[in-house]
Design a protein around this ligand. Structure first.
Ligand SMILES: NC(=O)C1=CN([C@@H]2O[C@H](COP(=O)(O)OP(=O)(O)OC[C@H]3O[C@@H](n4cnc5c(N)ncnc54)[C@H](OP(=O)(O)O)[C@@H]3O)[C@@H](O)[C@H]2O)C=CC1
Ligand SMILES: O=C(CO)COP(=O)(O)O
Ligand SMILES: [Zn+2]
Length: 354
């Protein structure tokens, strides 16, 4: 059993959020603040191990905390169970996820299963899972968004994140901008289906997207100040999800489109990139200013078309047709599904396909 059950109405937020250049070296102070010392288990990725995983290992080793480290290659239940086993064998007392979305999600769910504290150390600002109380994990051919314990702390070193490929930062912007349509969908479900709605979570989520939309030209490659803007936005988006107790404020029809693309396209793009393109099309369906969304993503340098995503047009259409089936309980502008004609119209009119 996952120990979040019975905590449905709890708002879990991180205690320490540390953002700035070289803050990875503050990790030992964060551990001390949380009364965590020996028994760290670090979950990292294959690329991110040498970028930050080994650094975290050495910092804790120098403190005499005797940390363990393992790399995970995908966000799957098999990987989660492997980490649970290894951390149990190592008598670990807390887990640290160091890397991208996948490593953080694997560590987050493993920590929840073990009922151990979790610290998030992102190496890229590519998604708002760096702080959320959710983990997106593949199991039996499907991806599920699972409720987990929120990180006890987030340590986001902007010097490391600024050196990550710019594509990852632009993807993070797509994940933030998608809050617009997620909130529109949520409001609609509240009106049409009487779904519980949190004004605070929705307002925080919308405002986070608005700040980015107001000055997309502030987001530039290799600029520490750009990274700081995006990381803070990702943190507040994650907090909105924690306030809501679901991913509703940050995941609507545009995320269902992205999850559908992950299923149908042989080579999917980054999560945030797909969500950004989904937002353009879902905003069109909502009758909103989709051109502004597209323009903002273009200024940032995030993909706005199928070819920029590296995905063939036919998979965009296929994903649009099945997106409503991804999460039937989550009512969105996609309703009970688009007709093939409507799917083609939205994709062509918004110039996502040519
Ligand atoms: N839990 C939640 O609330 C949320 C979860 N998600 C999930 O997160 C995942 C997407 O995460 P995302 O980070 O976009 O993509 P990935 O986890 O697929 O990571 C993309 C790649 O970036 C690499 N990378 C990360 N940091 C650096 C760096 N500093 N320098 C060089 N390479 C780097 C990773 O290396 P490596 O191989 O080492 O990992 C990986 O190969 C999806 O599974 C999505 O569903 C998304 C939003 C919210
Ligand atoms: O990606 C997310 C928010 O940005 C999490 O949403 P899901 O619940 O759709 O996995
Ligand atoms: Zn997302």
């Amino acid at each position: 059993m996952i120990p979040t059950q019975g905590k449905k109405k709890w708002m879990q937020l991180p205690r320490d959020v540390v953002v700035g250049p070289d803050v990875i070296y503050d990790l030992k102070d964060v551990c001390n603040d949380l009364k965590l010392n020996e028994g760290a288990f670090i979950v990292t990725g294959h690329n991110t191990k040498r970028i930050a995983g080994d650094v975290v290992h050495d910092i804790l080793n120098d403190c005499g905390y005797d940390p363990s480290i393992a790399s995970s290659k995908e966000a799957s239940m098999t990987e989660v169970n492997k980490i649970v086993e290894l951390a149990t064998e190592a008598n670990s007392r807390y887990l640290i996820g160091v890397g991208s979305g996948k490593s953080i999600d694997v560590a987050k769910l493993a920590a929840t299963k073990l009922d151990l504290p979790f610290i998030s150390v992102p190496t890229a600002a590519s998604h708002d899972g760096i702080v959320s109380s959710r983990a997106s994990i593949h199991d039996k051919g499907k991806k599920a968004s699972i409720e987990v314990n929120a990180p006890m702390a987030v340590v986001a070193d902007t010097s490391i994140i600024a050196k990550a490929p710019y594509r990852l930062l632009a993807a993070g912007c797509g994940d933030i901008i998608s809050n617009y349509t997620a909130v529109l969908d949520w409001e609609m479900a509240h009106r049409l289906r009487n779904e519980p709605f949190s004004e605070y979570a929705a307002t925080l989520s919308r405002m986070t997207a608005q700040i980015l939309m107001d000055s997309p030209e502030d987001i530039k490659p290799e600029l520490e100040s750009s990274v700081r803007i995006v990381v803070k936005a990702l943190v507040s988006s994650g907090v909105a999800m924690s306030i809501a107790g679901s991913s509703r404020p940050a995941s609507g029809s545009e995320h269902m489109f992205s999850h559908a693309l992950d299923r149908v396209a042989p080579n999917s793009a980054l999560h945030g990139e797909q969500c950004g393109v989904g937002t353009i099309m879902m905003m069109y369906l909502h009758g909103g200013d989709w051109k502004k969304i597209k323009e903002c993503l273009e200024i940032i340098g995030a993909p706005t078309t199928a070819s920029e995503l590296g995905i063939e047009d036919r998979y965009i259409l296929e994903a649009l047709l099945v997106a409503h089936e991804i999460r039937p309980e989550r009512y969105t502008i996609l309703g009970t599904g688009l007709t093939p004609e409507a799917a083609e119209k939205v994709a062509r009119l918004t110039k996502v396909i040519s």
